[in-house]
Design a binder for this molecule. Structure first.
Ligand SMILES: [Mg+2]
Length: 201
């Protein structure tokens, strides 16, 4: 069986921070400024400067997934490198998105040139990484450190690549302690992925 590449979507394949901020401004009159990597706490109502109530955050994120995903463009090099990798490995997207909006994500990825299966997840990803890897060699790529900790716990044999595609967020997110490696650019990640999947055979 071919090795498997398990990919997060937001800030790995597609840009997220910029399009989310754009949608918040245009559709919800909310400003998102990244003074830290957190989303909650960095959002204000443009009308009066009030911080957005953390309780309102899930609805804003859902609104983006329903109405804003088409604003998302690929991270630099993502389509080219993933297309090349798909010749040798089976790609699957493992993304924390409500199941109701999974098909939009699938369509947006297809429109950007990536025809890959999309699995909608909720919460830590380690158990699903283990299930998707099965007996195969596998690498998991995600921007959020807790998912690497979860993958280490449930599927330690899977290669863990920490990538933060957004140039602004990069400096705000420290390297995930439980990942094998931190590589933020696709042109630099391809070699590590190939090497891990071949070495682990
Ligand atoms: Mg992500």
């Amino acid at each position: 069986m071919r090795p498997r590449l398990i990919l997060d979507c937001d800030e790995v394949i597609l840009e997220f921070a910029g399009p989310f901020a754009q949608w918040l401004r245009e559709a919800r009159d909310v400003e998102l400024k990244f003074d830290s990597s957190a989303l909650i706490g960095n959002m204000r109502h443009l009308s009066d400067g009030r911080p957005v109530d953390p309780a309102d955050f899930p609805a804003l994120l859902d609104g983006f997934f329903e109405h804003g995903q088409r604003l998302q463009q690929p991270a630099e090099g993502a389509v080219e490198v993933l297309t090349a990798l798909s010749k040798d490995f089976d790609l699957i997207v493992l993304t924390n998105i409500p199941a109701a909006w999974r098909d939009i994500r699938l369509e947006v990825l297809r429109e950007r040139g990536l025809d890959v299966p999309v699995h909608a997840n909720d919460g830590p990803k380690g158990r699903m990484v283990k299930e998707l890897a099965g007996d195969r060699r596998a690498v998991f790529v995600d921007d959020l450190p807790p998912h690497h900790s979860s993958a280490l716990k449930h599927a330690p044999e899977v290669g863990r690549l920490h990538m933060v595609a957004d140039a602004t967020l990069r400096g705000l997110i420290p390297a995930a302690p439980d990942a094998h490696v931190r590589i933020d650019r696709w042109d630099e990640a391809e070699g590590w992925i190939r090497d891990y999947l071949e070495r682990a055979a």
